[in-house]
Design a protein around this ligand. Structure first.
Ligand code: ARG
Length: 363
């Protein structure tokens, strides 16, 4: 099938559902005629602002791995399809961080850049998240976040130089169409809200010198709506505590803090049957939730998030839509069986619009 035929098919499916959901069924025929005509003339079509906004929301609603989907309708959609220069992209990314952070009361936000044109990316973001810590392999061992080893090396090859603390914030890194290399820009410190991790009753936790950034802004996924590919469309929600406390700071291949946390807690880390890892995980996760709350940064615990997801399931049923989900991702990494999610199964069919992984431009 020709790519314009695929595009037309995808456009039809999307416009149908989108306009029905928006109560605009009377406009479907006219809009489809216009799109058909536009595809015939130009080889593609352009979404209206309304289609773009609702499409991005639907894509969130269809994100099988996301437990936070109850709030899909509240997504703040920023339309930046008009950008032409690297400065405009940079400023739009800075603005995303500022608007989404919102002084700590995080706003789920997506910034949508121009879609691919004839398969060519207009803007190519190289960051995994807009805010992320660098990682270095040194003679003295790991520094920072091992998940960022490769990207950090790419940044340094391009002339950026990290301070080599465990929490250096990587620069923005993106490439404009026609440019051979990406450009990088350091994030202004004032833009990035970070939270030092302390524990409500175990003072020694502060000695671990842990911190994390406030807003997770995924920047490397492709948003597909009605056959158009928005390869650059960074989006964020707020953190669920376990992402930080049970994974980023705990995984052996990330910050690997469980033994060190056991040490400051004064508990022995030698007997599996003591369940010291489990004990440390609980305290570390309490510390994360407590610290974000203390610093006025939105966060949700996994029990509340699971309850919200239950409401999403009911909401979808009431709307007459089939629920899809990925059980392996929806269950939280601590106490999974204490949530309802653990005790049922989910249909992992991929429904469009959706967010997709894409190949990394480096590698
Ligand atoms: N798990 C990722 C991280 O720890 C973030 C993924 C998106 N999370 C979210 N709450 N929207 O950085």
């Amino acid at each position: 099938m020709k790519h314009t035929e695929i595009l037309w098919d995808e456009a039809k499916d999307f416009i149908d559902v989108c306009y029905q959901e928006l109560g605009m069924e009377s406009q479907i025929n006219a809009r489809l005629h216009a799109i058909k005509d536009e595809i015939d003339r130009t080889g593609s079509y352009v979404h209206t602002a309304e289609e773009l906004e609702h499409g991005a929301k639907m894509a969130w609603r269809n994100s099988n791995r996301c437990i936070g989907r109850l709030f899909w309708q509240s997504l703040n959609v920023i339309d930046r399809r008009g950008v032409n220069t690297k400065e405009e992209v940079r400023d739009a990314l800075f603005e995303h961080i500022e608007i989404a952070t919102n002084g700590g009361k995080i706003k789920p936000t997506i910034t949508i850049f121009p879609p691919e044109k004839n398969g060519e990316k207009q803007v190519e973001i190289w960051n995994h998240q807009l805010i992320r810590y660098a990682g270095y392999e040194t003679e003295k061992g790991r520094v920072g976040d091992p998940a960022s080893y490769e990207l950090t090396a790419v940044c340094e090859k391009l002339g950026w130089r990290g301070k080599r603390t465990d929490f250096d914030i990587l620069p923005l890194l993106f490439r404009m169409k026609g440019d051979g290399q990406p450009v990088w820009y350091d994030l202004p410190q004032t833009l990035v809200k970070e939270v030092p991790i302390t524990h409500p009753d175990i003072e020694e936790f502060a000695d671990l010198n842990l911190r994390w950034y406030g807003v997770p802004i995924i920047a490397d996924m492709r948003l597909e709506i009605g056959g158009l590919s928005y390869n650059a469309a960074p989006f964020n929600g707020w953190y669920m505590g376990t992402e930080i406390g049970a994974r980023n700071l705990a995984d052996e291949k990330r910050y690997d803090m469980l033994k060190k946390a056991a040490a400051v807690m004064g508990i022995s880390a030698s007997l599996n049957t003591d369940l010291w890892k489990d004990q440390v995980l609980v305290e570390l996760n309490k510390a994360v939730l407590y610290s974000y709350k203390k610093h006025g940064v939105s966060i949700v615990d996994h029990h509340t998030a699971a309850n919200q997801f239950k409401r999403f399931e009911e909401q979808e049923q009431d709307a007459g839509r089939k629920l899809t989900g990925d059980w392996t991702w929806l269950i939280p990494p601590i106490s999974p069986a204490s949530t309802h999610i653990f005790h049922k199964s989910y249909d992992n069919t991929i429904v469009k619009p959706n967010y997709y992984y894409q190949d990394k431009p480096y590698q």
